[in-house]
Design a protein around this ligand. Structure first.
Ligand SMILES: Cc1cc2nc3c(=O)[nH]c(=O)nc-3n(C[C@H](O)[C@H](O)[C@H](O)COP(=O)(O)O)c2cc1C
Length: 149
């Protein structure tokens, strides 16, 4: 059983829906899960020893939503290096925009730069292709949960 903090970036609630379903799936697998709709650096620091699952959409022109942008800035400016961190990343976007899933990729690039280890592949969910994001995230989360120690 692992402890997982889910950090959510959303404007219209799609990423929150994905996160709530991920919480249910991971909980059923025996993991201990907490959702952070506006996670702080203090929340994040705890999960550096456990697992962080970032689930974020993209807004503006490849930007992170306001619910998670302050956390991104704090991690970038105050953490620096976190090689002990294991994380997963689900990026929601729409391929009709430039910078498809840009917010999620930006977060992933930061964590890679800081030496963290991504568990599983980054999942992109395209609103153009799939109006119900949980259909794409459900099998991914089920598999991801089996990779946690
Ligand atoms: C104003 C606006 C800007 C957007 N910009 C992007 C973008 O740059 N890249 C992208 O992949 N998707 C973009 N999207 C699509 C959203 O990321 C996508 O619809 C996502 O499912 C929304 O999830 P949310 O409800 O959790 O915010 C944009 C959507 C809106 C309304």
């Amino acid at each position: 059983m692992a402890q997982v903090g889910i950090f959510i970036g959303t404007v219209y609630g799609n990423a929150l829906l994905v996160a709530e379903e991920a919480e249910t799936i991971l909980h059923q697998q025996g993991h201990e899960v907490k959702l952070f709709e506006e996670g702080t650096l203090e929340d994040w620091q705890y999960y550096r020893q456990h697992y962080a699952l970032v689930i974020t959409s993209t807004t503006g022109q490849g930007d992170l939503p306001d619910t998670i942008a302050p956390l991104f800035d704090a991690i970038r400016d105050q953490v620096g290096y976190q090689p002990e961190l294991h994380y997963g990343l689900i990026a929601l976007g729409d391929s009709s925009y430039d910078n498809f899933c840009g917010g999620g990729h930006k977060f992933d690039a930061l964590l890679q730069e800081q030496g963290a280890t991504r568990v599983g592949d980054l999942l992109e969910i395209d609103a153009m292709e799939q109006p119900e994001p949980e259909v794409v995230s459900r099998p991914w989360v089920t598999q991801w949960g089996t990779l946690l120690k």
